[in-house]
Design a protein around this ligand. Structure first.
Ligand code: GLU
Length: 371
């Protein structure tokens, strides 16, 4: 395949979750499989909610799992000039326009439309040739002029063909009245500038894809291929939440799971390769393909993760276990008396009964208390 470039674009507004890291893993595996490049881009334009602490946590979690990027991390807040220039260009070409409708006015129209059964979308009041136009002196947001006819056709690599009529797509805001650009603008500008060939992301973003396709076309940029991944669900098929299992990746580190076991588990969340369950990294890169990603949601089964982690734990020699355990125990504030030989002997005795380093540590407490 000609120069594959994928990206992972997490928002810096919270911990890296199981679903998010699965997206990162699939993007990484796809790039590696085709000898392409994998880009990390931090979406930090939400000024209220983005923090450096979340950036550090996301980057740390990816490093722990050895999901290695070739370029970045790039930060969108450092790319504002590019977004502003693009918005100006769209305005100059008449593909975007200033809108002075206030939130209150929009809300009032929406209420009327809801009662009368009319369209809830923006009525194009400010679009040249469609309404009375903007009101001078008011602060203006910028809206994109979505084509009034035609279709955005997505030949999604997971969902297959999805078609959206442009007539159903609103003239969306690309810059707020304070000049700050919005998600659909920045994601498209960046994916185009970074020459992303395959956008692999969660299917919660599918509704925004026709807007982005219209933007690519307005910018005369090639439209990438898309692969929208089904969500990750709990065993009861409800959206995965803390009720089912820890959702933050870092929790699994704290519980004493092996990063390779977690990667192996995440890879199998929605992707399959015959009956094989245990994969080395090299095998994953070799076998991974989007064709074998299922259309239905991946189910997060904690028992399966425990089983996999046990396979990785069992494959360690007692000496290796000792060197895994010492820093893990130290992270829990446990100072191990004696040398690694003692630790290896203890780990060798207990390991058939433990599924994680955390469980092994809990069991070792008995020996430690006994000194
Ligand atoms: N930053 C977006 C999110 O975390 C993802 C953007 C994208 O993949 O297009 O939901």
């Amino acid at each position: 395949m000609a120069s594959v470039r994928t990206r992972f674009a997490p928002s810096a507004t919270g911990a890296l979750h199981v679903g998010g890291v699965r997206t990162a893993l699939f993007s990484y595996l796809f790039a590696r499989h085709f000898g392409g490049r994998f880009v990390l881009r931090i979406e930090d334009t939400d000024r209220q909610r983005s923090t450096q602490a979340w950036v550090d946590e996301i980057v740390g979690a990816l490093q722990w799992l050895r999901i290695e990027w070739d370029e970045g991390p790039f930060f969108q807040t450092q790319r504002m000039d590019l977004y502003r220039e693009t918005i100006e260009r769209l305005l100059d070409k008449g593909l975007a326009y200033r809108c002075t409708c206030t939130p209150d006015e929009l809300e009032a129209k929406r209420k009327v439309a809801m009662q009368g059964g009319g369209s809830l979308g923006y009525d194009r009041h400010c679009r040249p040739g469609f309404g009375p136009g903007p009101i001078a002196g008011r602060p203006a947001a910028i809206r994109f002029a979505v084509p009034t006819e035609g279709e955005a056709v997505i030949d999604d690599l997971v969902k297959e063909r999805v078609v959206f009529r442009y007539a159903d797509v609103d003239d969306f805001v690309i810059a707020r009245s304070d000049g700050w650009p919005t998600y659909n603008l920045v994601v498209t500008v960046d994916d185009a500038a970074m020459e992303i060939s395959h956008v692999i992301r969660g299917d919660d973003l599918l509704p925004s894809t026709p807007k982005q396709i219209a933007l690519y076309q307005a910018l005369d940029a090639p439209v990438p291929s898309f692969a929208h991944l089904p969500q990750v669900l709990g065993v009861d098929r409800a959206r995965l939440s803390k009720r089912h299992a820890a959702t933050a990746v870092t929790s699994y580190r704290e519980l004493g799971y092996y990063p390779d076991a977690l990667v192996n588990f995440l890879a199998r969340l929605g992707w399959s390769h015959g009956d094989q369950e245990v994969f080395s990294r090299t095998e994953l890169i070799h076998a991974f393909s989007l064709q074998n990603v299922g259309k239905s949601a991946g189910v997060f089964n904690l028992e399966k993760l425990d089983w996999l982690n046990f396979q990785y734990l069992k494959a360690r020699t007692p000496e290796e276990l000792a060197s895994d355990l010492r820093p893990f125990m130290a992270s829990r504030g446990i100072v191990v008396p004696g040398d690694d030989a003692w630790l290896a002997k203890m780990a060798g005795t207990l390991r058939e009964r433990a599924k994680t380093l955390g469980e092994l540590t809990d069991m070792a407490g008995f020996y430690l208390a006994d000194d």
